[in-house]
Design a protein around this ligand. Structure first.
Ligand code: NCN
Ligand code: DMD
Length: 351
């Protein structure tokens, strides 16, 4: 479905050796050095450069929101999409500060008219099914939603993006992300269910029951979920925006760009993308660690260390875009620093 090249392992090693010739004690830039070496390997150069960054914010509604699993009503999804378009949301201001572009895609909002007409991508259906009782979508719809995200990513890349993040908006989507993550990683509901937008204890208990019921329903149809076809799992438990986010990462990896994950729903999309095409993993960077407990499980499964830990739990791509300046700096260090010999700086502790 997507033609993704593996990361060049020899470039990783060369980049690390080169990093140790730069005018600093080896390792003194800590994890920034790892990030720089990974960017070097992705770009197959010792002088990686990052230009414009972009975030593709995918929005959809969730039938399961009718179960009372969120602290907010479902109409907030459509209202926030309009807010993104007007520039009034957190992601707009964070993207402005990070000099990144925001692309908004209505892949499945429940509203009379599509909310991103004329943009890349399109609405596949008005909201997903209530995963406690029925599949989220048909497999053909899951595939279509993946293609919608891929199309939006390609549009952002065609307009000059050199680093790509995904963002999400969808009331109820931490319930879908929890069910998907538990299914893909073979975990129970407790390990991956958090408070989302901030549900109280009563709603949290109910949300746990809903995730358990969705998992039991999907398992009855597909058997052991961690061994099932990821597209079938997506169709049972997913959200349309989570499918589209998988598409953003698949198309971004196909283009060979560094890809930055956000919080729990976005990383569910990243996990799905790696299950569809494992080579995606080599292009992924974790922008931040969300307070959602399932996010840590996802990052462990992906082998990713988060760049930032700011106790965020907003989504929209905010944590991903906040990490752009760190990634940019990791590349700039490698591209622009002098080596010991170039700068005439003594390299050893010898007097
Ligand atoms: O990114 C995260 O980790 C994250 C954690 C909690 C909530 N959210 C956002 O809040 C919405 C989902 O929360 P909920 O309670 O409706 O499932 C959705 O729009 C997400 O973007 C996002
Ligand atoms: C206001 C609001 C903004 C959001 N952005 C992402 N998820 C959100 C959920 C709510 C409720």
């Amino acid at each position: 479905m997507f033609n993704i090249q593996p990361i060049a392992q020899d470039w990783l090693q060369r980049a690390l050796e080169y990093h140790h010739t730069l005018t600093k004690p080896p390792g003194s830039l800590g994890y920034l050095e790892v990030l720089g070496c990974r960017l070097a390997a992705i770009q197959q150069t010792l002088h990686p450069r990052l230009g414009k960054g972009a975030v593709v914010v995918c929005a959809a509604d969730h039938g399961v929101a009718a179960e009372g699993v969120s602290a907010y009503p479902p109409e907030v999804t459509a209202q926030m999409v309009l807010n993104f378009q007007a520039g009034g949301a957190a992601i707009n201001q964070i993207a402005r500060a990070a000099e990144a572009e925001v692309w908004v895609v209505d892949v499945g909002v429940k509203a009379p008219q599509p909310l991103s007409p004329g943009g890349p991508g399109h609405r596949v259906r008005q909201g997903s099914g209530n995963i406690q009782r029925e599949p989220a979508m048909r497999q053909a719809e899951a595939l279509e939603a993946i293609q919608v995200g891929a199309e939006a990513a390609r549009a952002a890349i065609a307009k000059g993006a050199t680093m790509l993040a995904a963002g999400d908006m969808g009331i109820g989507n931490t319930t879908a992300a929890a069910a998907l993550t538990a299914a893909l990683l073979g975990l129970n509901a407790e390990a991956v269910t958090g408070r989302g937008t901030g549900v109280d204890d009563a709603r949290y208990g109910h949300k746990l029951e809903v995730v358990r019921a969705a998992l039991a329903r999907a398992q009855a149809r597909l058997g052991e979920l961690s061994k099932a076809d990821p597209l079938a799992v997506l169709a049972e438990l997913g959200g349309l925006e989570i499918a589209a986010i998988a598409g953003v990462f698949l198309a971004g990896a196909e283009a060979g760009l560094p890809l930055v994950t956000d919080g729990f729903p976005v990383t569910a999309g990243a996990l799905l993308a790696t299950r569809i095409e494992p080579r995606v993993q080599g292009y992924l960077f974790a922008g931040h660690r969300s307070v959602e407990p399932g996010h840590t499980r996802q990052l462990e499964a992906l082998g990713l260390r988060p760049i930032l830990e700011l106790d965020l739990r907003l989504g929209e791509g905010t944590g991903a875009v906040l990490s752009f300046p760190v990634l940019r700096a990791a590349a700039a260090v490698m591209a622009g620093m002098a080596t010991f010999s170039q700068a005439g700086v003594s390299q050893t502790g010898k007097p």
